[in-house]
Design a protein around this ligand. Structure first.
Ligand code: IPM
Ligand code: MN
Length: 356
């Protein structure tokens, strides 16, 4: 059963292969609607590199004001080879995350059956965990600057800002998720307490104080960031729910994406539990493959599934997840790498939609 609500979803196909994969995600959403009675309206937003090159706009205030009013945002990819790095990232993607206070970046790392895993002797039973990346602070705040730029005395700083408030809200979200998953009932803090003696200490105390006070049923673990990446490769089965600061989370989730089969399947949600959340395949715009109908749309489909779950559409979400699972189990998709799937982007979308 679907909820009674008609969800208002902003669609932001973006750059490169974004539009191609978003199209397949929408196809699957339609199939879910037909199967469950799910109702939604979509509004398209033409934002991204092309728009910037054409008009100089990244995120116009009027668009932002509208986006504050939707139920969710479905994003394809942002990034354009002709736009100087940093412009679209900071003024569009990061600005949306900050303005909408999407303080959680939820990145599941799950290996589906029949998906090639680069780790020797590891299978779906070994790789199923979630990274909660704090999404509004740390090195991403943009604080820093230059002194004596362009001289031999050049000084540059990039300030990591952690607030107790920011760490604590991410930690609470992660504890709740560990409880909801009920897998190992475990939350692991990943930090660098031996070097980042201020920032990691704030995280460490918040983690333990919140855990002691409100989550005595959840077992706490800690690991340094460097050891964590080692174990992602050696013992991924050790992980259940991880919480970490922004940049560490950015880096380890690319490794996470690789061990779950690559960028073709990795999805994430930028979540404001009280506000507007945004769901995206985490792979980027892949300009090299644009318009060829060869990019894998499963990450975008998986992002759509996360969005349904977030919107409270549990049946639709479960159906999409099961369709994704069956599509992979069928063995028809030979690889998740662009150009090597043996099916086209739209055929993969058709396959999943047909199984919803
Ligand atoms: C991601 C991306 C972004 C980030 C970039 C594009 C700004 O790498 O979503 O992981 O660093 O957060
Ligand atoms: Mn990243």
């Amino acid at each position: 059963m679907a909820t009674n609500k008609t969800h208002k979803i902003a669609i932001m196909p973006g750059d490169g292969t974004g539009p191609e994969v978003v199209r397949e995600g929408l196809k699957v959403l339609e199939a879910a609607a037909a199967a469950t009675g799910l109702r939604y309206d979509t509004v398209n937003y033409d934002l991204g590199g092309e728009r910037y090159l054409r008009t100089g706009e990244t995120l116009p205030d009027a668009a932002l004001a509208e986006l504050r009013q939707v139920d969710a945002i479905y994003l394809g990819a942002i990034g354009h080879p002709e736009v100087t790095p940093g412009i679209l990232e900071r003024n569009l993607l990061l600005r949306l995350r900050f303005e909408l206070d999407q303080y959680i970046n939820l990145r599941p790392v799950k290996l589906y059956p029949n998906v090639d895993c680069p780790l020797k002797d590891k299978g779906p039973e070994d790789i199923d965990f979630v990274v909660i990346r704090e999404n509004t602070e740390g090195l991403y705040g943009g604080s820093g600057g230059f002194q004596y730029k362009g001289t031999p005395q050049e000084v540059s700083t990039q300030v990591h800002v952690t607030t107790r408030f920011g760490a604590e809200r991410a930690i609470r979200y992660a504890f709740d998720l560990a409880r909801k998953r009920a897998k190992k009932n475990e939350l692991r803090l990943v930090a660098k307490t031996n070097v980042m003696t201020y920032v990691s200490d704030t995280w460490w105390r918040a983690f333990n104080e919140v855990g002691d006070a409100d989550y005595p049923d959840i077992h706490r673990e800690y690991s340094h960031i460097d050891a964590t990446v080692m174990w992602f490769v050696k013992n991924p089965e050790w992980f259940d729910v991880i919480v970490t600061e922004n940049m560490f989370g950015d880096i380890i989730t690319d490794l996470g994406a690789m061990i779950q089969g690559g960028m073709g399947i990795a999805a994430g949600g930028n979540i404001n539990p009280q506000g507007v959340s945004m769901f995206e395949p985490i792979g980027g715009s892949a300009p090299k493959y644009t318009g060829q109908n060869v990019i894998c749309p499963l990450a975008a489909i998986s992002a759509a599934q996360m969005m349904l779950d977030h919107l409270g559409e549990t049946e639709a979400s479960a159906r999409v997840e099961s369709a994704l699972y069956q599509a992979l189990a069928s063995g028809k998709i030979k690889s998740l790498s662009a150009g090597r799937m043996s099916l086209s982007t739209s055929e993969v979308g058709d396959l999943v939609a047909g199984l919803v």
